[in-house]
Design a protein around this ligand. Sequence first.
Ligand code: TXA
Ligand code: MG
Length: 347
Amino acid sequence: METTVLKVNWDHPEKDKISLAASAIISGKIVVFPTETVYGIGANALDAAACRKIYKVKGRKSDNPLIVHVSSMRMADKIAIIPKRYRRQIESSWPGPITFVVRARKVLPRVVTGGLDTVAVRMPRCRIAIDLINTAGVPIAAPSANISKKPSSTKAKHALKYFMGKVPIIISSKDSTYGIESTVLDLETFEILRPGAFTAKSIKSIFGKSPHIYVPPHTIKSPPRSPGLKYKHYSPSTPLFAYTGDTIIAINEITSGMKNFCFVGSAESCRRVSAPHKISLGSRRRKATIAKNLFAALITLDGIGAEFCIIESFDNKGIGAAIANRIEKATNHRSFSTRRELDALLR
Ligand code: TXA
Ligand code: MG
């Protein structure tokens, strides 16, 4: 398939290019586009056949529902039942990096909701995304723009790497502002199903109460509440392990004699760790930067050809909760703090 790459200005999206992408959406095609969290791969949410194509190109399981992106409350009302008691708070959280799980209306094809009677809805802040939805005049169902299980794209070049030749249009623009997906909040239980760019503290300040944090069962006997949680996620091909020891400098001793590994961590830690390959996530003091660089680092990692990779752990505060969650998933909960533990992981 031939892919048209449209370079679009982040702050002032060119109308002609947005119109071209919007007509593709209306005619049932798939468009990759930026949002402030990560790049998305979207289709008309009201068109079941178009949405099925998303599952196909991503290699995504059909029970893992898509997030529906809207550009107005009116549009949200058409596809979802927005609970009256939270309407005001939803309006003040949007547009932004938070997705609400609410009851779905019948117009929404079940392929979008993975067969559930709820739907995840988000109004993005990114101008390009909003203009695209507005111009198309339909809600856009869009998961993150990555092949299933792989790290999400936060840069246009990574979206191109995944989808060149596989979708008709890719909108290429600046890097995503947050670099981590939206927070998913279930409004029926007031639970965070996926920590993300919108912090629990911000939810508390807007809603006046603290959200519960959903902990998915490790051994999956009952289906998890958010279907996506049961699938492997964000994994680079290079085996990745989290270092959970107390001092970063101990990594040098733990890895002594190891020839071909990579270290991913803060700029400060990169300066202290001696590894054959290193990828800096930026200063430890700016967690937003760490979040923004994380997925791109995991994609870069696979180009290095290291035997394995060690990633530093980060605390759980603020956006740190989302960073820690993505690292847990990317490492598949594999961590170490001693040479013995690392050796066991490498066996
Ligand atoms: O920031 C984001 O949310 C990005 C951009 C493109 O908006 N999108 C994104 O979509 O991350 P995706 O498909 O990669 O993640 C959606 C998550 C999945 O874990 C899915 O299981 C969950 O939201 N989800 C979707 N609908 C749901 C529902 N009805 N109930 C519970 N969880 C749901
Ligand atoms: Mg995703």
